[in-house]
Design a binder for this molecule. Structure first.
Ligand SMILES: CC(C)(COP(=O)(O)OP(=O)(O)OC[C@H]1O[C@@H](n2cnc3c(N)ncnc32)[C@H](O)[C@@H]1OP(=O)(O)O)[C@@H](O)C(=O)NCCC(=O)NCCS
Length: 447
């Protein structure tokens, strides 16, 4: 059957989802074996995607069924929207990739590859320095040049052990003019956008949350529960500093019978300042009638290090979260800080040929100037392996690495990869030192 490509940018008819949006939405949900939701919740998704500027692309197929099936779904989709991502010192324009789904009947025939290639090439042409996604499986996207750029943890915190924040940390965070206020979590929405912007500006690896993400996390709507009503059992705590809101936490008790431990789930946690982070945790640690707190999108082991009883925290899961794909090497490398100075020539091998080439990195005062070699191939030339010309940047140590590892190095460093040879060449050790990061980036949501 012939595949018919499609592209949709206009998802609404009034405030209702257009039929072609509904079909693509159903495809994506069927790819994950999920309930697509009610017409009302699909309309909500369409409004959110329209607001975000989502471009939906993919392939459909003319029907081969003997009886008209009414609503045949496209066989493959990819959805992308423009945003920015803080690399370290500067945010860069980023093409956010989401809604990737191929029908189980059409998998492993190259449809993802047929969608991803042009998507990345176009994003590069339009001046995006990065593409970013969150992955359902960790083995899919490395081949397209995406590298793991942040990790998240799932914590279980045992309150029966009565853990407390370390006294010195608590004292450092104390702010007599600050206060914590309880309100329905949905009522935190007016504060969500401002905090999301501050966090996306201030934290490497945190993309700007769209409104729909906050609505879902705060339970202002409940699309998974097929309802657009607020979740009444979700509670919010707002940390109000001397100059205004600095953070909030939203929690919900896990439904269960009378027996067994009482578990509180952290549904959202946004802290724009360290004192708000500590103040909110102190509040959560003091909750009565709670045996455990579970937090799905936590930043690494930070909390355990701040407690009087670090064993009160059990790490239930630790996995990759944000994956990025570099589309503009100089712009990305010049948008972070470096803990050491030095000169290094990077030889970047890119399976998609978009950034293949040699780049000289000159770091001074913690900031880099990056010069691509004049003989680098153009993105359309399909060169995979970077050529090293000894006459270019003579005497500068070389480090060879793949495009996905460069993305990882930018956000999380490359010490392990250099030690075990995934970053090669005489300059591998220097690459490990230059790209070392003091603080792991952190992205607190899936998209
Ligand atoms: C993941 C998915 C999109 C792949 O689509 P596809 O059209 O079958 O992929 P392709 O045939 O284009 O495969 C492209 C490459 O990825 C590899 N690949 C595809 N799916 C993979 C998977 N689940 N795990 C590991 N590798 C995978 C293929 O082997 C192929 O490798 P190669 O070209 O280097 O030999 C599809 O299986 C799917 O929809 N899965 C369920 C939903 C999902 O996980 N979506 C991703 C959301 S982040």
């Amino acid at each position: 059957m012939a595949l018919i490509p499609f592209e949709h940018r206009d998802h609404l008819d009034g405030d209702r989802a257009r039929p072609e949006y509904v079909r693509a939405h159903r495809r994506i949900h069927a790819a994950f074996y999920l309930d697509p939701g009610t017409p009302e919740t699909i309309d909500w998704h369409a409004r959110a995607d329209q607001e975000n500027g989502l471009v939906l692309r993919g392939f459909a197929e003319a029907s081969a069924l003997p009886h008209a099936a009414g609503e045949e779904l496209p066989v493959a989709t990819i959805g992308c929207y423009p945003s920015t991502l803080q690399v370290g010192t500067r945010p860069v324009p980023t093409w956010m990739v989401t809604a990737v789904g191929v029908a189980p009947t059409h998998r492993r025939r190259g449809l993802l590859r047929a969608m991803m290639g042009p998507e990345l090439a176009e994003a590069q042409e339009r001046g995006h320095a990065l593409a970013a996604l969150t992955a359902s499986e960790a083995t899919i996207y490395g081949r397209f040049g995406f590298g793991v750029s942040s990790r998240v943890a799932t914590h279980r915190l045992d309150l029966t052990r009565r853990p407390r924040i370390l006294p010195a940390v608590s004292a450092a965070a104390r702010c007599p003019e600050a206060s914590v206020h309880e309100l329905p979590a949905a009522d935190l929405m007016p504060y969500a956008a401002e905090l999301a912007e501050a966090l996306a500006r201030g934290r490497a690896g945190q993309p700007l949350r769209t409104r729909s993400v906050s609505e879902g996390r705060l339970g202002a709507v409940d699309p998974e529960g097929n309802s657009l009503d607020p979740v009444r059992t979700r509670l919010g705590y707002l940390y109000l500093g001397p100059e205004g809101p600095e953070g909030y936490a939203a929690i919900q008790r896990r439904p269960g019978g009378e027996e067994g431990p009482s578990v509180m789930e952290v549904k959202d946690f946004q802290a724009g300042t360290d004192r708000a982070r500590i103040g909110l945790w102190e509040h959560l640690l003091s909750l009565d009638l709670v045996d455990r707190i579970e937090f799905e999108d936590a930043p690494g082991r930070e909390l355990a290090d701040l407690l009087t009883d670090p064993r009160a925290v059990t790490l239930l899961r630790d996995e990759d979260r944000l994956w990025t794909r570099i589309l503009d090497v100089p712009r990305v490398l010049e948008s972070r800080e470096y803990p050491a100075d030095g000169r290094l020539a990077l030889l970047v091998d890119d399976p998609a040929g978009l950034i293949t080439g040699a780049y000289e990195l000159e770091v001074s005062g913690g900031r880099a100037a990056v010069r691509p070699a004049p003989s680098n191939p153009g993105p359309g030339e399909g060169a995979v392996e970077a050529q090293d010309d000894a006459a270019w940047a003579p005497g500068v140590p070389r480090a060879r690495l793949s495009a996905d590892l460069l993305a990882t190095a930018v956000f999380r460093g490359c010490a392990t990869q250099a030690r075990f040879g995934a970053v090669g060449g005489r300059g591998a050790g220097l690459a490990a030192r230059l790209f070392a990061v003091g603080r792991e980036p952190y992205c607190d949501f899936m998209f």
